[in-house]
Design a protein around this ligand. Structure first.
Ligand SMILES: *Cc1c(COP(=O)(O)O)cnc(C)c1O
Length: 384
């Protein structure tokens, strides 16, 4: 398939996929094998050992590259394993500029693992991407952004960040987990590496933990593929198959996530007990213009506070929802509700948490694809 010429909705279903050569099976089989028989030493069909290559994984890697408008894809056992592989491009003494509002696990691996290997991370506000320039020195090697962020849904200008990185010869890494390629393709805006926790929207069914990277530069792909094989944090073929299956409906799911998200954001805004509602689609979102420029829709992630900003009030709401399940993670077909202050962001001291807007009553929704009337009814009875 000439992947490049098709539109995203077609690529999601066909990119990378070929009928199985032995049977013609339309869906890629799960090649559950650890090794491959050779006709003579070194005489093989491109597959030697399953840590290095697996046909189910190859198809998924090609599909992911195609849907992110990149040349190469690499799969990992989790989003964090993909993050780990990217950070292993660095050597002691290197410095990284990172957006200060980011996934807790990314912050943790940077500060608690890689900092011990002599790599320095600067966490900075990137509401204005030009802020990045002020923190560049001759040891800076990489800029790491996540947009929109979790749970405050801040938006970072990818094209402006890329321009700064090009000028200073820095690698721009963009975590595209929240938007998914349906809403945003950072490679088109100049990112060097796009990272995914495919556990979320790409997998989409809350049944797999998986990570991925895509890139265009051959030398960068070779380095990352070397790390993938040397360190071995690869996914099994069954997990690859689940993600491959998941991405076939990404466009249909995301369209509904966006519709439901919009309706719920507006409903919450009209609720007398609700304080602030954060959703990238609102015109008064602080970086709505950037969101409108670089995203094709606003998704189903919403955060909101209660007018009575107390932990107890928030907990009461969390306990009362019936459809919205209280759980970490996001991006699945089921609606989830979470409380960052006591769940995902509990390790951040209260003072700095509140200073950043992550107040006690902040509730995060991952709006699923159920009937929106039922979802609104559920929130109505829970908030009271
Ligand atoms: C979940 C998540 C990760 C980590 O991915 P895992 O698959 O859980 O290892 C990284 N970045 C973002 C934005 C995430 O939401």
């Amino acid at each position: 398939m000439a992947d490049k010429n098709y539109k995203l909705n077609t690529k999601l279903i066909h990119a990378g996929v070929h009928p199985d050569p032995t049977t013609g099976a339309i869906m890629t089989p799960i090649y559950q094998t650890s090794t491959y028989v050779q006709s003579g030493p070194g005489d093989h069909k491109g597959y030697e050992y399953a840590r290095t290559q697996n046909p189910t994984r190859t198809v998924l890697q090609d599909a992911l590259a195609a849907i992110e408008n990149a040349k190469y894809g690499l799969c990992f056992g989790s989003g964090m394993a993909a993050t780990d592989a990217v950070l292993k491009l660095l050597v002691p003494g290197d410095e990284v500029i990172v957006s200060n509002d980011l996934y807790g696990g990314t912050y943790r691996v940077m500060t608690k693992v890689f900092a011990h290997y002599g790599i320095k991370f600067h966490f900075i506000g990137m509401h204005d991407a030009h802020n990045i320039s002020r923190h560049i020195n001759n040891r800076t090697k990489m800029v790491w952004i996540e947009t929109p962020t979790n749970p405050l849904l801040n938006v970072i200008d990818i094209a402006a960040s890329a321009e700064i990185c090009k000028k200073h010869n820095l690698t721009l890494v963009c975590d595209n987990t929240f938007a998914s390629p349906y809403l945003q393709t950072p490679m088109d805006l100049g990112a060097d590496i796009v990272l995914h926790s495919a556990t979320k929207y790409l997998g989409g069914h809350s049944d797999v933990v998986h990570g991925a990277l895509v890139m265009n530069d051959k030398a960068l792909e070779e380095k990352l593929r070397f790390i993938q094989n040397s360190c071995g944090a690869v996914p099994g073929p069954h997990d690859c198959w689940l993600v491959l299956r998941g991405i076939k409906t990404l466009h249909v799911r995301m369209q509904r996530h966006c519709e439901n998200g919009e309706a719920i954001a507006h409903y919450l805004r009209s609720h007398p007990k609700v304080g602030k509602v954060i959703w990238t689609g609102f015109e008064d979102h602080p970086n709505h213009d950037v969101a409108k420029k670089q995203m094709r829709g606003f998704g189903g992630m919403i955060s909101f506070t209660l007018k009575n900003d107390s932990l107890d009030e928030a907990v009461a709401v969390l306990k009362k929802t019936k459809l919205f399940a209280l759980a970490e993670s996001l991006g699945g077909v089921e609606s989830l509700i979470g409380h960052p202050a006591t769940m995902t962001h509990a390790s951040i001291p209260r003072e700095s948490r509140v200073a950043n807007g992550l107040v006690d009553s902040l509730i995060r929704l991952s709006v699923g694809i159920e009937d929106v009337d039922d979802l609104i009814e559920d929130l109505k009875q829970a908030i009271g």
